[in-house]
Structures are given as C-alpha cells and as structure tokens.
Design a protein around this ligand. Structure first.
Ligand code: NDP
Length: 478
C-alpha cells in the first residue's frame, strides 16, 4: 500500500476547445461527408461524449486520394527537399507549442495518463517531425542511391493505442521523402489527428499533402483497396494486417505492416532486482498494456523467482489507477468497451486453464472502462495467455533455468516484435540479442523509443521498419 495518499492533481482541460462536430480534412479544408454519416467519440474514463466525427464513405476516400494525387504531382514532389524540410520543422515546432493541448486531448480521447501523453507521446511526436525534417534534403545520403524517388500517394491506417504518435510515425517519413498521404485514425481516437489537420493549416502546408479521413474499419478498407494508392502503411492487429496483405497482393502497392506482439521480458539471476522490477512494470503497465511491443511474458530465472514476484507485488500495490487527467495517475482507462471485454475474456481463460491470478487491492471507478493491473503466475507455454496478445494490463509469468531455455521459450511465439534482457553480463546480453527473433531487443531497460531507431517485427508481427534510416526505405522507390 502507498505510504501516504496523494491529493488530486488534475490537469485542466480548459486548454482544449472541442468542436461539437468534425468534418473530414480533404484538400486543406474540413468538409462534410458525402453521405452524411457520423459517429461519436467518447472519453473511455467517463463515457462522456466528446464530439461527433464524420464517417467517411468510399466517395470521400476517393476525394481524399484525388486531392493527395493532385498535391503529389503538382506541388509536393516538385519541391526541393530543403523546402519540404521547412514545413516539417514548422509542424514540429507547432506541436511543441501546442503540446499541452495535444496531451490533454490525447488523454481525454484515449484514456491514457496525462503523465504519459505529456512526457512520452507528444515529445516523441515532435521528435519524429524534427528528425525527418532533417532527412528531407539529405535523402541522397541515406544509402538508397543518388536520387531516390518518392512512391506517390500513401494510404495509412493507424490504431488507437498511440493515436498522435502513430500518426507521426506514418506522416513524417512519408512527407520527408516527397509523398502525400491520406490517413485514417482509429474510430475510438480521432481527435488528435483532427487537431493535427488544424496544425497542417497553421503551418501553411500546401492543400492535399495531408488528408485525414475518419471512420471505422470499412473506411480503412476503402482506403487500402483504393487503386489510386501507391503505398499502404498499417499498424494494428495481425488479423486485419493479414487481410490487408491479401487485398494488396495482386497490386503494385508497396506495403508495410506493424502488427501484434507477445514480447518476452527475460530476467536473469544477476540482474539488479529493483531496476528489473521497474522495467517489468514499465514493460506491461505503461499505457495500460495497450502496446504492441509490451513485455507481456515475463521469463524469470528460477533462483530469483520468489524475490522478483514479492518485489513486483509490492510495487504494483503502489500504482495509482484512475482519472487519466490526474498528474499522479499511473494506470488510466482501457480504451474501449470492446477491448475491455477482450481483456476480461482472456483473463478468465487464464484462470480456467489453471494459472494463478493476482491483482493488488484496487478500487475501480464506476463509470468508464477499467481493468486492474493483473499478474498470472504458474503459466505454461501452452496457455493461451502465454501465446495470445491480450493488449491490456495483464502479465503472464513463466520461469527458466538456463539461458538456452530462456531463449527457446522467448522465441516460442508466432510474433517477433520486441524482447527485453536483464543481466549484468554484457556477454550474455549480446548472446541473447543475437539469437532472439525480435525486431527490437532492449537490454536493462524496456519500452524506449527514439525516431533514429528502426522499429518493426519478424514473423506475424509484420514486415518493414519504421524510424531511422531504415524507415525511409518504405517511402522511397528503391
Ligand atoms: P484493428 O487492427 O482492427 O485496428 C487498427 C486500424 O485498422 C483501425 O484504424 C481500424 O479501424 C482499421 N481497420 C479495421 N479493419 C480494417 C480493414 N478491414 N481494412 C483496413 N483497416 C481496418 O485493431 P482493433 O482496434 O480491432 O484491436 C483488436 C486487437 O488488435 C487488439 O486487441 C490488439 O490485440 C491488437 N492491436 C494491436 C495493435 C498494435 O499496435 N500492434 C494496435 C491495436 C490493436 P477502427 O478503429 O475503426 O476499427
């Protein structure tokens, strides 16, 4: 239990001025949808309706793709890299200027703690635009030939777990390389993308270079299947990723997919225990576990198992769950009722299959979607909670005796997005890192992101890389 109680420290939401309803951002302007359909976006912490958002149909997607094509051919691809860079630098600076507003809006619409949106998401959004602004006039030095060409119009579909950050991962490299974009944010978290559209206007970005079409899965499908798209970039579930890969297989579209994960966070007996426990907590309870690279499988060396579990349980009892806008909150709301149902269902399966479930004493708010930090021990590799992505604040703990056994268990997954290794031995870190089938391996840390560092997966975690020099390749005709 916490040694003392914290007084509430809510961040003011006065800085955000929500409109009652939002149109689609096409050709530099907000416009209504052709067939007049709309949906509501709510705060998952309170179920309060925040705004009404337009549902784009195929005719709207077509308008957006046409605007992006025109902007590509007549404006954006004709600009020298240093001119494109100026726009990207301008966007980055406006994101910094409006950082508090964007952080509050992200926490309202997504449910994540303000501490995370303020200190992680939004600074990384600005960093991605700054980083790619730097590349825009240096592409001939990126290692893809003397005059790398853009691809054309990119259709980009993003999920709800890091709404504005995923937008930045997609839009910044696309624009830096000379492409124009049509982006569809997730149905449950469209508000920061729509505010980003205002930022594009504020930065005087030429009309049509960025288009934002809101809607649900059908809008995403219409976008990726549109014949006017040259490049598809998707982040989301493996199931939808497969569908997109199938839909694009017979076209000339270049596709990158960033899908699910079931990462192993591996703690050896010589690891600094307190530091490792912080890493375990950050690995799975950061962003309510709605993280594709979350350390959702904890592999602990048997000799330190009792100590790690006791220390982890003590630490979890100090986490504060509640109002995402409270600056002391560690664990916010689950993003949607559907995601909460999925987390509940898989947790029940875990119990039914014989694993032991534990959560700290934790009062859940009555309104909204909430799930307490949860740890399953006695998990075997065959259990569904050790194999399937739960995408919530649920940790499955397994044990091992030797590095070889840890490696085998870590790699025994259909996914391969990330992994963590905790040990004081540099040689063991290198031995593990070279054998783990994971796109990112963190050593003595977890969930650290940087625009200079490529991110992406093996196996069912998708293909292609985002970030760094490698990420540029996805937006160049190489
Ligand atoms: P989805 O993969 O369905 O959603 C990702 C994005 O794709 C959203 O914008 C979604 O729209 C859109 N979309 C849905 N169907 C299609 C389609 N047929 N063609 C094109 N675009 C489509 O993820 P969910 O939100 O349904 O989450 C389900 C599970 O996926 C989670 O429980 C989690 O396990 C995993 N997931 C993994 C993520 C990752 O980063 N790897 C991110 C999000 C989820 P809409 O929002 O309207 O449905």
């Amino acid at each position: 239990m916490p040694k003392f109680e914290y007084a509430p420290a809510p961040e003011s939401r006065a800085i955000v001025s929500l409109r009652e309803s939002y149109g689609l951002f096409i050709d530099g302007e907000f416009s209504p949808g052709v067939d007049g359909r709309a949906f509501k976006t709510i705060s998952p912490a309170t179920e309060e309706v925040l705004a009404e958002v337009t549902e784009a149909g195929p005719a709207d997607v077509d308008r957006a793709v046409t605007a992006a094509r025109k902007a590509y051919e007549h404006t954006w691809s004709q600009l020298p890299g240093r001119e494109r860079a100026k726009y990207l630098f301008r966007i980055a600076r406006i994101v910094q200027e409006r950082a508090r507003e964007l952080a509050v809006l992200e926490s309202l619409d997504n449910g994540k703690p303000i501490r995370e949106s303020r200190d992680v998401d939004i600074p990384l959004v600005a960093a991605h635009f700054f980083y790619h602004a730097g590349w825009a006039d240096k592409l001939e030095y990126a290692g893809y030939g003397p005059a790398p060409r853009p691809l054309g119009v990119a259709g980009q579909v993003i999920p709800w777990n890091f709404p504005l950050l995923m937008l930045a991962w997609k839009i910044a490299p696309a624009l830096a390389c000379g492409n124009t974009v049509v982006l569809k944010p997730a149905e449950t978290t469209p508000l920061t993308a729509l505010t980003f559209a205002e930022i594009c206007q504020q930065a005087d970005l030429p009309p049509g270079v960025v288009n934002i079409v809101t809607g649900a899965g059908e809008t995403g499908r219409a976008l990726v299947e549109h014949p006017g798209i040259d490049k598809v970039a998707f982040t989301g579930s493996t199931e939808v990723g497969r569908e997109i890969a199938r839909a694009c297989a017979s076209s000339r579209k270049k596709v990158t997919l960033e899908l699910g994960g079931k990462a192993a966070n591996i703690v050896f007996e010589d690891a600094p225990i307190d530091q490792a426990v912080e890493g375990i907590v950050n690995g799975i309870f950061f962003n309510q576990g709605h993280v594709c690279c979350a350390g959702s499988r904890l592999l602990v060396q048997e000799s330190v198992y009792p100590e790690i579990i006791a220390s982890l349980q003590r630490r979890l009892a100090t986490l504060r769950l509640g109002d995402p806008l409270d600056k002391n909150t560690d664990v916010g709301a689950i993003n949607s009722a559907a995601q909460l149902a999925k987390i509940r269902e898989l947790s029940e399966v875990g119990e039914a299959e014989g694993a032991q479930r534990w959560s700290p004493p934790c009062e859940l708010p009555v309104k909204g979607f909430w799930f307490p930090p949860t740890v399953f021990t006695g998990v075997s590799q065959a259990h569904r909670i050790a194999r399937e992505e739960i995408f919530g604040p649920v940790l499955s703990v397994l044990t091992f005796r030797t590095p070889a056994e840890a490696l085998e268990k870590a790699n025994n997954t259909p996914y391969g997005l990330s992994a963590g290794v905790w040990t004081e031995k540099g040689s063991l870190i290198l031995w593990m890192a070279s054998r783990l089938r994971a796109g990112v391996v963190w050593a003595n840390t977890f969930n650290k992101f940087d625009p200079t560092s490529p991110f992406g997966g093996y196996k069912e975690s998708g293909y292609g890389r985002e970030g760094g020099r490698h990420g540029l390749e996805a937006y160049l005709d190489v």
